[in-house]
Ligand binder design. Structure first.
Ligand code: FES
Ligand SMILES: [Fe+2]
Length: 420
């Protein structure tokens, strides 16, 4: 018999309730024993305390010099992954695409993050909208891929929605009672643009149209005081979209982020080709609220010797918590969006943008993309190797080097989102 006295002290009635609600909404991961409806059942308290224990195994109060990394369970446990989606990804701004994808009226694109299927479009008046991409009739996914549409017609039974989300036609519903078209529109999501990027604020619970419209503070919430530094670095300058490359990697999404955030530590060992274009002595890392910026000077000799210099005189690598990277170097910018696909799988979407004056230089583009692809494939091998190591019984926690302060910052932000 377990009494309420066994509830850990850090669980107030409110956090306990929201955690139980979370567990019940993710029963595929928690199994029946966590669904027991009897209040104060020992099994349910066990589930809450298990997750909490995993979170508290990392202590953000310990300075980097003495800190250990989060335990491997953060990267391997399916229960932790599910909890993390809820706490880290649903609620904050997420980049989901770039403005050129919805440059003209009637352009749209779709995507998925966790369980949230979304569609973003520009209506006939030039307004940007985002919706849960789910038909109100029997839940079919409404739009697929990207392109141009004057309305969204459900591929299942033909219900039709306008680009502003209202249901304009429900086929064969004559004779159905208590049915109002204006109550069955698409569920809106908060959408915003910053520089070339399109962002959504994911929520698991649908919002009303009024709630969607109240948000206009994306720069402060998303980038904080780093916005000026990023603008100065040319992140929101006018560049032309060149192409997209996608990589599915057998590792937890955080392994890819950690690899990005090690302050250039792995470059001399794992990217010998890249190293020749960088002056690693000049590497610096600046931490902002939810952003870290790593910068590195270019090696001017690289351009002189080979006559080919894609990196230019300075490279800026910005990490925007939790899963977006902006790399600005020479005439290029590429962005990496890390989409979690499970506790040990993620997809990384690379979008490449180039100074418009070079967008017709096919040879330069081809060679730059080949070099970038080579670096990326080297990182894929590293990340998949780390994931296998994290799953080994031989490893639980590691240590940081001083250059890895952006990684430590990332882990502290995760802890802040995850703590109960
Ligand atoms: S599920 Fe969309 S019209 Fe039936
Ligand atoms: Fe790398």
């Amino acid at each position: 018999m377990v009494t309420t006295a066994t509830v850990p002290e850090f669980l107030t009635p409110t956090t306990l309730k929201s955690t139980i609600r979370f567990i019940n909404s993710h029963r595929q991961f928690f199994g029946r024993r966590f669904l027991d409806p009897i209040p104060n059942s020992s099994s349910r308290i066990f589930a809450v305390s298990e997750i909490s224990k995993l979170v508290t195994e990392f202590d953000p109060e310990i300075p980097l010099e003495r800190a250990s990394t989060p335990p491997s369970s953060w990267y391997t446990d399916p229960r932790f992954y599910s909890f993390e989606l809820d706490r880290v990804f649903y609620g904050g701004w997420q980049v989901v695409g770039f403005s050129e994808q919805i440059k003209d009226n009637r352009d749209f694109f779709t995507g998925r993050l966790g369980d949230v299927e979304f569609v973003v479009c520009r209506d006939d008046n030039g307004m940007i909208h985002a919706f849960h991409n789910v038909c109100s009739h029997h839940a079919s996914i409404l739009a697929s891929g990207n392109g141009k549409k004057s309305c969204f017609v459900c591929p299942y039974h033909g219900w039709t929605y306008s680009l502003s989300g209202s249901l304009v036609k429900a086929t064969r519903m004559t004779g159905i009672e208590n049915f109002a078209l204006n109550e069955m529109g698409l569920k809106p999501l908060r959408v915003a643009a910053w520089g070339p990027f399109v962002l959504l604020k994911m929520t698991k619970t649908p919002l009303s149209q009024e709630e969607v419209e109240t948000d206009g503070v994306v720069e402060t919430e998303w980038l904080g005081t780093s916005a000026g530094r990023l603008s100065q670095g040319g992140v929101d300058s006018q560049l032309s979209f060149i192409c997209r490359r996608e990589y599915t990697i057998d590792c937890n999404w955080k392994v890819f982020c950690d690899n990005y955030l090690d302050g250039g530590y792995h470059v001399p060992y794992a990217h010998k080709g890249l190293m020749s274009g960088l002056n690693l002595e000049s590497y610096s890392t600046t931490i902002f609220e939810r952003v870290s910026i790593q910068e590195c000077g270019g090696n001017s000799k690289a351009g002189e010797e080979g006559g080919f210099d894609r990196l230019g005189s300075r490279a800026l690598y910005a990490f925007v918590y939790p899963n977006f990277m902006i790399n600005r170097y020479g005439p290029w910018m590429d962005t990496n969006l890390v989409i979690p696909l499970g506790s040990r799988k993620c997809k990384v979407v690379f979008d490449y943008f180039l100074d418009p004056c070079l967008k017709d230089d096919e040879a330069f583009i081809k060679r730059s993309l080949e070099e970038s692809e080579r670096v990326q494939m080297e990182d894929v091998v590293l990340c998949e190797s780390v994931q296998r190591g994290l799953e080994s019984v031989a490893y639980d926690k590691g240590r940081y080097a001083l250059v890895e302060k952006a990684m430590h910052h990332f882990h502290c932000l995760l802890h802040q989102n995850l703590k109960l």
